[in-house]
Design a protein around this ligand. Structure first.
Ligand code: ADP
Ligand code: ADP
Ligand code: ZN
Length: 233
């Protein structure tokens, strides 16, 4: 059974922040494709070397590379009971392939919370984002500051600004999102998996609405699981 959640929304809307909160609550792995790429770049693996230019320019890494990387991650045992996906899928092709990967173990996407905000909001959020080098917790200079400037509340690690957090790449990433990722909104709406959440609200309010949506789906799943697969009784 399990609970497979895909967080959808533009760069800077708060997917990583919310994925972190909800994955802790549900004890499910938080799988961020952006983070997997950044790890590969740091370790200079062949994938990292190949992906680096795309991240630097704010372009999408080609589907073949991205899908292979995420497939490998999802096939690890810790993902058997579900996962919170953040930043994947970003194209229709990735979404179709994700269905295939999950189907191999009898699973499927259960819920797609779509977090929405204005472009001006996204730019303000991206512009003030600081990330922990050690545990990847995300902060914002104004909206979610650490207790001590430059230092992670969770682990004491050093905070840094991502190499692709520059004004030019921000604009490019939002364009790429509108062009290649926004079609997923209709893709998942048609499958009745989409739940829209107003991302203009503060972090805790967004989280409350996300959690409510997840609990609703989890409840439906439990009820579904008690029914006979053959006759529905
Ligand atoms: P994404 O993963 O969608 O790119 P992040 O979770 O990294 O977004 O958030 C982008 C920035 O905005 C971070 O600095 C984060 O602290 C901040 N942020 C996230 N959600 C909110 C919110 N609801 N209100 C204000 N700031 C937010
Ligand atoms: P953000 O949190 O700002 O949305 P991410 O960390 O999710 O950024 O992604 C950073 C970069 O990694 C993207 O701009 C892109 O180059 C690459 N990337 C991440 N996920 C994908 C994906 N699913 N498909 C293609 N490229 C991706
Ligand atoms: Zn940390």
């Amino acid at each position: 059974m399990g609970l497979f959640i895909v967080l959808l929304g533009a760069p800077g809307v708060g997917k990583g922040t919310q994925a972190d909160l909800i994955s802790r609550e549900l004890h499910l792995p938080h799988v961020s494709s952006g983070e997997l790429f950044r790890e590969a770049i740091k370790s200079k693996t062949p994938l990292g070397v190949e992906a680096q230019g795309y991240l630097g320019r704010g372009e999408l890494v080609p589907d073949s590379l991205t899908i292979a990387m995420v497939r490998e991650r999802l096939q690890r045992p810790d993902c058997a009971n579900g996962v919170v996906l953040d930043g994947f899928p970003r194209t229709i092709e990735q979404a179709k392939q994700l269905d295939g990967i999950l189907a191999e173990s009898g699973a499927a996407v259960n819920l797609v919370p779509y977090i929405k905000a204005e472009t001006a909001t996204l730019l303000k959020r991206l512009g003030g984002r600081w990330t922990c080098r050690n545990c990847q917790t995300v902060y914002h200079v104004l909206y979610n500051p650490p207790r001590e400037p430059g230092k992670c509340d969770a682990c004491g690690g050093e905070l840094y600004q991502r190499a692709d957090d520059t004004p030019e790449t921000h604009r490019r990433r939002i364009e790429v999102y509108l062009d290649q990722t926004a079609p997923l909104i209709e893709f998942y709406r048609q499958r009745r998996l989409l739940v829209e959440i107003d991302g203009e609200q503060d972090i805790q309010t967004v989280y409350g609405q996300l959690l409510a949506a997840v609990q609703r789906v989890a409840r439906e799943q439990r009820i579904g699981a008690q029914r006979c697969i053959g006759c529905g009784e």
